[in-house]
Each structure stands twice: as C-alpha cells, then as structure tokens.
Ligand binder design. Structure first.
Ligand code: GRF
Length: 212
C-alpha cells in the first residue's frame, strides 16, 4: 500500500476528495497515513479527524529559524514512512531538501491549465481573477510533480473547464474544483499507486492498466 501524507492549509476539499476516493475504491492500493496543516483551526483538520486520520500542525510562523521549520516538516513527513506527498492547497513553500529527498514523489494540484496562470503569486482566487481578466474561454486544473521551481514540474493530468458568461472568481473557482480538481487529483494518486506513472526526460509517461 502506498502511504500518502497530505499537506493542507485551508478548506480541505481536495483532501476530502482523496478520502472519499479511498473509501469508495476509486483509489486502490493507497491510504492517507497523516495530514499536515500549515495552519491551526482549518476545516481540513476537521475533515481529517472525521475520517480518523492522524494530524499535525506545522506552522512556519511558530519557528524562529527556517531551518528548524524545515527539519520539523521533514521529520513529520518521514515519520509515518511516507511514499507520496500530496500538496492539496498547501500554501507554504517546501524546503528544497525535502523536494530533493522526495524527487518525483511529491504531487500538487494547481487550479489552471499549466503553463497558463501559474508560477510565483498565482494561488487561490488570484488564479481565477487573472483568467477572467485575460478573458480565456477555457481554464482547468493540473496535477504535476513538484520540482524545485514553482509549478514547473512534470505534468501528470490536466482537465479543461469552460469559463461562462457572468463568472466571478469565486464561481469559477468552484467550477474548476468540482469539474476538475476533485476528479484528477484522486485519479493521479490511483495511477501512481497502480505503478503506472513514470517520469522520463522531464515528462510523465502513463502506462497501461495491468490485465486482471
Ligand atoms: C485548490 O484550488 C487547489 O487547486 C489550490 O488550493 C485550493 C485548495 O482548496 N492549490 P482546498 O483546501 O482543497 O479546498
């Protein structure tokens, strides 16, 4: 079984999508061993507690030194024997040594079709505000491996979502979550747990399902 540690900062709807997919069998061969939040008192922690999943709060602000925060985060991830780190709305920059240690074993969900509307400063509602400002007709979400850049790692899955007349950033954010994020994040985890994802020359190759 692939041991997942999910990192969160807020609402935790993507965490919920993973919990539901593990429970109903859309994710096989994987389970969440720990949820780590960068903030206390967030809904994501309630969702983890309700599902009986162990939690930790590791907030950068409660450490004087970045090195101490880095060490605490890395050991909280190492401790349960994590195979795959899932960033599900985690708003803190990861320590570079963590990214190196877990090369091709960290995935992130981003609420746009990378390489549009991504990189430094593109997070949360800002992504959708920019998409609406630019007037794109199609946006979406991307699951990608995390490398040392910002939203620059190999792309695993993407799903397109229509922008509709009258959309506000909030309405568009919700449509992108419902139609794309909550589907492709569990799907990507299931593909990885099934041993079907490989990174070759900076690009992801997805293998065929094993015959049963
Ligand atoms: C999502 O839009 C995700 O794409 C982004 O942060 C948001 C997290 O939402 N990285 P939630 O906490 O999963 O509800």
């Amino acid at each position: 079984m692939l041991k997942l540690t999910v990192l969160v900062s807020g609402g935790g709807t993507n965490l919920q999508a993973i919990i539901d997919a593990v429970n109903d069998g859309r994710i096989q061969n994987a389970g969440i061993v720990r949820v780590i939040s960068s903030k206390d008192n967030v809904k994501a922690l309630d969702r983890a507690h309700n599902a009986g999943i162990e939690t930790r709060v590791i907030s950068k602000r409660s450490f004087d030194l970045t090195e101490d925060f880095n060490r605490a985060l890395i050991s909280a991830i190492d401790e349960p024997g994590t195979d795959l780190i899932v960033l599900a709305g985690f708003l803190t920059v990861l320590p570079p040594e963590l990214v190196r240690k877990y090369e091709n074993r960290i995935i992130n969900i981003h609420p746009s079709l990378i390489p549009s509307f991504c990189g430094v400063g593109f997070y949360g509602l800002k992504v959708h505000e920019e998409a609406l400002r630019r007037g794109v007709r199609i946006t979406g979400a991307t699951v990608h491996f995390v490398d040392e850049g910002c939203d620059s790692g190999p792309i695993i899955l993407q799903k397109a979502v229509n922008v509709l007349p009258g959309d506000t950033p909030e309405i568009l954010q919700h449509r992108v979550m419902e139609e794309a994020e909550w589907k492709i994040l569990p799907e990507a985890i299931n593909l990885i747990a099934g041993g079907r994802v490989r990174v070759d020359n900076g690009k992801v190759l997805i293998g065929k399902a094993e015959e049963k």
